[in-house]
Design a protein around this ligand. Structure first.
Ligand SMILES: Cc1cc2nc3c(=O)[nH]c(=O)nc-3n(C[C@H](O)[C@H](O)[C@H](O)COP(=O)(O)OP(=O)(O)OC[C@H]3O[C@@H](n4cnc5c(N)ncnc54)[C@H](O)[C@@H]3O)c2cc1C
Length: 397
């Protein structure tokens, strides 16, 4: 199966893949997204987007649609999981917005994904095709050819692999596997009327404790409440699903604050999400073939940045495609030159932040809490490197 010569092919239609297609189309390239699932969609949970990601959503012209379904929290708050003592907060009010140019938002993943897919569907340069499990990628004289599960082939001038944590595209750059953190998450949203009236609707709350945490925030304009319960399993066994069970979750959270107990009573227990990342790599570009999003730099979720980094990737990729015209090889090399150091830092900082919030020994906890309690809510220095990423600001409308 051939496709017009000028085509860019994107493998995977998640947040990263759809954003990559918007980037490619912005640079004038006819672009096809090849998604393995029979329909485009996202899982039923929330996602946080920092101002660094909001700048990109604005660039792609979807910030207004996003605002219709988002919640604009007032603070990010860290609380002790046992005592409910507030350890620190980050004020997301006017000063924060003025400093970073965009707000911090929380929303339902399917809302974010739908807004991006709608924008892609409306773009005459973008086609979206489902039921395409891309198995192989091959550079040849006609460009880059990908082959799906039925042996059908698509040839484009360039390919962007955005096929997520378990990426098949990544194997062309490195022989590695996802690394299990031995933590699992249980997550989901519940209608707001089903939860306790004590729930905090203004803030993103992260309850922290040794080897565990819980995140809570409202989504979909406050119609739903999102909760994520995360803990380290002491029963971890490689190549098995029999660890990090709901029963273990109940045991691990014994003795936590009543508000956290309430959170656990509302958490869905059917789907268990083991948490993985991979180590940063030094190259993800080969000729007219590159990677983006979790395929390139999967990270632990503790900084709430995996999706934001995929959006940053897309924005910078658009800049480089605009700058280098038809020379995809140059554009992709320039893209990775900027994006690898940035995403490496976020990947390794996410791991580090996980160690800090999950600290187990009493000295580390005392030291952490003392430092956190001394940090003013409007002290933005600590998050400047993350939210103040200048490279996404150049094309802000
Ligand atoms: C518990 C948890 C909480 C998180 N919270 C946040 C947060 O608050 N903020 C944030 O920014 N990030 C967060 N993240 C990270 C974020 O979810 C990911 O970084 C983001 O979804 C990556 O998007 P992606 O498009 O690169 O990959 P994915 O979302 O994995 O999408 C990959 C797509 O490719 C498709 N695909 C896979 N293989 C193939 C193939 N062979 N052929 C064709 N298609 C294929 C898949 O079906 C999928 O649609 C969180 C992650 C977790 C686990």
């Amino acid at each position: 199966m051939g496709i017009a010569e000028k085509e860019v092919l994107v493998i995977g239609g998640g947040i990263g893949g759809v954003a990559a297609a918007l980037a490619s189309a912005e640079a004038g390239h006819k672009t096809t997204i090849l998604e393995q699932a029979p329909v485009f969609g996202e899982i039923g949970a929330g996602i946080q987007m920092g101002p660094n990601a909001m700048a990109v959503l604005d660039r792609f012209g979807v910030a207004d649609e996003i605002a219709k379904v988002a919640v604009f929290p007032q603070r990010l708050v860290l609380k002790d999981v046992y005592t409910a003592k507030e350890l620190a907060s980050l004020d997301l009010g006017d000063e924060f917005k003025a400093k970073y140019g965009f707000p911090y938002i929380v929303l339902h993943r399917s809302d974010l994904h739908r807004v991006l897919v709608d924008a892609a569907e409306k773009n005459p340069l973008i086609s979206l095709v489902n039921d395409q499990i891309i198995e192989t990628v091959e550079e040849n004289e006609s460009g880059v050819t990908v082959t799906n599960q039925r042996g059908e082939q698509f040839t484009g001038k360039a390919v962007i692999g955005a096929d997520g944590l378990k990426s098949k595209a990544r194997k062309y750059f490195v022989d590695d596997e996802p690394i299990c953190s031995e933590y699992v998450a249980y997550r989901g949203t519940v209608p707001i009327e089903e939860i306790s009236s004590d729930a905090n609707m203004d803030d993103v709350i992260m309850w922290i404790g040794p080897n565990l945490h819980v995140v809570q925030y409202p989504v979909r304009k406050g119609e739903l409440y999102n909760q994520v319960v995360v803990f380290k399993s002491l029963n971890y066994k490689p190549d098995s699903d029999d660890w990090g069970t709901p029963e273990e979750m109940d045991k691990v959270f014994e003795g936590c604050h009543p508000l956290v107990e309430t959170a656990l009573s509302f958490i869905q227990r059917q789907i268990r999400w083991p948490m993985y990342d991979r180590l940063p790599i030094e190259n993800w570009t080969k000729g007219n073939f590159t990677l983006l999003g979790d395929a390139a730099h999967p990270m632990l979720q503790y900084l709430a940045q995996g999706g934001c980094q995929a959006l940053e990737d897309a924005s910078y990729l658009a800049d480089m495609l605009l700058e280098h015209g038809e020379n995809f090889e140059q554009a992709f090399l320039a893209y990775q030159e900027e994006r690898i150091p940035r995403t490496t830092k976020v990947q390794s900082s996410a791991r580090k932040w996980g160690e800090i919030i999950h600290a187990v020994d009493s000295t580390s906890i005392l030291l952490r809490n003392t430092l956190l309690e001394k940090t003013p809510a409007k002290e933005f220095e600590m998050v400047d490197w993350l939210y103040g990423y200048e490279k996404v600001k150049s094309k802000v409308k």
